[in-house]
Each structure stands twice: as C-alpha cells, then as structure tokens.
Design a binder for this molecule. Sequence first.
Ligand code: PRX
Length: 655
Amino acid sequence: MSSQIDHLLDETRKFPPSEEFVAHTITSPELYERAAADREAFWGEQSRELVHWHKPFTQVLDWSNPPFAKWFDDGELNVAYNCLDRHVEAGNGDRVALHWEGEPGDTRRITYAELTDEVKRVANVLEGLGIGQGDRVAIYLPMIPEAIASMLAVARVGAIHSVVFGGFSADSLRSRIDDAGAKLVITADGGYRKGRVSALKPAVDQALADRGDGEQQTVEHVLVVKRGENEVDWTDGRDIWWHDAVPAASAEHTAQAFPAENPLFILYTSGTTGKPKGILHTSGGYLTQVAYSHKYVFDLHPETDVFWCTADIGWITGHSYVAYGPLANGATQVLYEGTPDAPHPGRWWEIIEKYKVSIFYTAPTAIRSFMKIGRSVPAKFDLSSLRLLGSVGEPINPEAWMWYREVIGANKTPIVDTWWQTETGAIMVSALPGVTETKPGSAQVPLPGISIDVVDESGIEVGNGSGGLLVITEPWPSMLRGIWGDPERYRETYWEKFEDQGYYFAGDGARLDEDGDLWLLGRVDDVMNVSGHRLSTAEIESSLVAHEATAEAAVVGASDETTGQAVVAFVIIKESYLAAHEPAGLAQQLRLWVGEQIGAIARPRDVYIVGELPKTRSGKIMRRLLRDVAEGREVGDTTTLADTAVMSIISAQVK
Ligand code: PRX
C-alpha cells in the first residue's frame, strides 16, 4: 500500500470543467452553501422537490435512537409511482425509459407509459400470488427489462425484494432465500453471457430442493421469464411462466401509499465473517438520496441525456443507478444484457455510438481491461455523444483515469469518481461535474448534505495531508437501516468502533491531501475488492475448508493489474486425503469448487498447496505475510510468528 500512496502523492494534475460544460450544468456551488446552512432542512427540501409524497412528512430526521435512523418518518409514498406513473401523468409517457440491448443483438425500446403498464400487470400478478406489504421476493434474473419491472412491481405492492446476482451459485441463492424467508422467486430459464445461454432456473430448482433436514420451505411460487429458450424442469403448482401470467393480468393498478420507512429491499453483501449480511434499505430516504445524487453527480438533463450505468442489478450500483435513481428522475437509459466483449471487444463502444449515450458510469476494472486491449478498439466508434464519465467500485488509479478521459472522453469530459457502498445506498463522495476541479485518482469531496471525515484509531481527525480511516459523521437519508434479522451485528459492525463519537465506520482507509480532497486507499478489514465486487476472505476460506481434501485454508486479496485485487488461497491438504488421492490437479479442482459453492467471481486466481500457514502464538493467521508472498514481495517482519521458519518454507513451496 505504501508504494501506492507515494505514487498517488505525486499526482498533481487538475482538470477544471470546460466552459461549455459549465454553461449548461445544473450543478452549482450554491448547493454546498444551502446544505451547509442547514443540513436537515436541505434534505427536506431535496426530498420535497425530487419525490412525490402521497402524504407529506413533517419531520426530516428522527435520530433519537442511534444508530437506528428514521427519515421523513410520518410521510407516505409509493416508490414505483415515483419511478413510473408520475412521469406518465406529467405528459412524459412517450419518453424512452429503457433502450434494452440483448447480447445476441435483439433490442427492445420501452417508454415510460409501457413500463408503467407492465409494472402494473406484474403488481397484479404478485398480489394474486398473495404477495403484499412486508413479504420478501427473491429476484434472480439476467439484465432484461423484466428485472427492472420485477423490482418496481415488488416495491409497488409494498413488498421487499432481495436481488441475487445471476452469477451466484445455487448454494448462495439458497442461503439468501432462507435468510430472508422469501415467499416468491422471480427468475428466467436463462440469459445470454459470452455468446451462449447461461441457465438460471436449475440453480433455483436446486436451491429449493428438499434438503431432508425438515426445514420448512418458505417459497410458494417461482415466476419464470422465458429468455434463454433453454429446456427447464417444471414443478407443477409451484412454477408459473411470466408470459402466461403477466400479459393476462390487468394493466389497472392503483399505487397505494406506504410509510417512508417501509422496507424496500435487502441486498446481501460480504462482510468480515463467512456469512453475507442482508443490508436493509427503506423507501423515502433511499429514494430521496438516489434521485438527488443521480441528478447532481451526473448533471442530468432528463429530456436530452441518455444515461448508461453498466452495473448488474445484482449489485447496489444496479439498484441505485439502473433501477431507482434514473427512473425516479425520468431519465432515458441503456440496459445491456451481456458481457463487454461479446461478440467483439468493441461492443460497449458500439452501444454508446448506437444510442448516443451521453453519461457513462462504469468500474475501473473494466477501464483497465480496455486499456490492455488498446485504444484502437474504441477509436473505431463515434463516442462524441459522451459528455460525462463516472467511475465506481474501487479506487481508480491515475493512469486509468487519464486513459478514460483521453480515449473515451475525447480529453474533455469531466470524470466523477464516486465513493459509496452497499450500506450507504447512494453516492457519498464525488466531484460535482460543473463545479469541482477534478484530480485523477481522487474521489474528492463529500456531496452537499453529507459529512465525512478521516480519523485515526481513536476517532480524532487526522487533518489535511494525513491518512486514516474514513468515517461518516452524520446520518444520511439512504443509510442502511440495519442488517436483516440481526440488529446487534449492525451496531457492532458499523458503529461500535467509534461509539463515543457516534461515527459510522466504513471499513476503508483514506487520505486527505493538502486541499482537503479524499483519496481512497482500499479496505482496512478482511474484505477484498475484486473487479469492484466485494468478497470476504472468511467466506472463501469456509468454502475451501468444506472440500473433503482441505485441512486448513487462508485467503488473501493480492493486488492485480486488471481486477484491482485477486483472490489468492493457501491451502493445507489432509494427510488422509493425500494417502488416498493423486494430488495432481488439486489446486484447479479447489478453484472450481469455490466457483460452484459461491459463484465464479469468488474463484481464486491462484491456489497454493502448502504444508503450513503462518500463525501468531495465539493462533491467528498472519495474512499480511501471505499477501507479501502472493504479490511476489520480500516477506515482511516475521518475529511475531510462533514458528519463524514457516514463511521461508511457504515461499519455497509457492515458487
Ligand atoms: O472499499 C470501497 C470500495 O467498494 C466498497 C463498497 O463495496 P460495495 O458495497 O460492493 O459497493 C460498491 C459500489 C458502490 C467500499 O467500501 N469502493 C467503492 N467505490 C469506490 C471504492 N473505493 C475507492 N473509490 C471508489 N470510488
């Protein structure tokens, strides 16, 4: 990390927004002034302006029982009405909501009026299946319009969705369905990825299969979209085809108002323990901040802009900046089903040219992989519609930032590097594109209305020119309201560390430069960030240990040129297993095993079979030393190890 910091500190380039950008921007320094004058009043104003309240709220924030916040508590709204009906009622029904592009090249153009109709039908189907306020619905779908329609329909009837990324395994899906106690699963036969159909329904069938442990199954129905046209098994009475149920349902459905704090969704994310946490978000505060941040961070002009966020709806970025933010703001956006390189490496740039995308939001890992391929690929396409670029998910290194600006942004588009988390619900730190002078590699400043600081271990602010831990010092509207079913874990994970100060601990290291701009330095806990996706070392370790060959395992995140970090595992094999099996190919088997257990994104880049793991006298694995080995560095200080010879043995084994 220290070489990375030194490198960052050399970075002095600055890019003010162009005159042309400033002439048309909706962002202004006045936003900071208004927020600073009265933070709560500012959020109240934003909420009234950006959200339609069926019943207006009278109190902005109730923080009488920290860390459990209530925002706009006595107000009532319907989230789906805000994303759909109100735009149609305002005369914008003909505006395109979604330019959908399937991976094989099939397309659908869906207006706000059409999407509203579809969501009303789906809402009627859901109610027909007995889904109502507070019920949980798992969504396991590819990036197709039905995914958005499903999320909105669940929100419309006051139920709670739990979207599970389509790349997760049956086991991961099962644990999420069980934890939330889902009543319904919405899935598809399959979807297109990398030029072929990737099946989804079999994972649902497997997740719902009887385990013979007497556990009561909570899922009553499975609603299945036909997309991949692949053969699927069918359970009569449980499974329902979307194309039978939805078109037959009525397109009349009145959106009922629900309390501001009605839960909207649960989204599971990796923490420092083996079990993913169900992050809970509610309605009014979440919608306010996603609409606000989408509008100002992306300088949105809904009549003329075409917005494209490349995130999958299985992640928070897909929730906030594919589903809720853009639709609440009545934006036109692109939705793409497949991978960036199918069927050719210029697919994304081709889509930008085709739909004249003006605002593009993606992750550094994607940018770095395009850098590797070279600028000749994007150069073949007309990218002149782009006027603003965004980055999210992990620190963007200055080289990637500059490439993004020069090659994709024609050396003129502002870049907003946005720092936030599943837990924060919406963007917290970012430049405002028409106001801020941007710096390659820095996420820069808290958004107006957000209070962030960098503190030392005892909670004292480090001040400009120093590094420490990133904290959020005041509650914010889209903050998580808890961990599903585990309020104590919520308190412990995020609030205990700085209990005296009442700060939220984000788990990220950060530095403030002399101008007070923030530079994110990565996680300070056992959470890895692989291609902008969060993975827990403990979760992958428990998956490795669940394999019959494994006696012990330690996992570290090692820096990787393309994916930011990569999963590297060190595994001790059981003597008994070695006595009965050929060890050849075992490392590869273990890689695949993790992929099957958790999902392909968790598959280790390297699995090293070793004889020992470095442990302190109290038995704690020293991951720092393993990271040195994985990154090919000189191994650091080993004096606290129980057996100091272990590291030289491991280094030799890895070579
Ligand atoms: O470490 C930070 C990193 O991603 C973590 C949050 O991951 P997740 O909840 O999956 O949400 C990702 C998308 C919002 C953070 O704790 N992270 C996210 N954005 C940035 C970032 N690190 C540096 N710069 C960013 N812009």
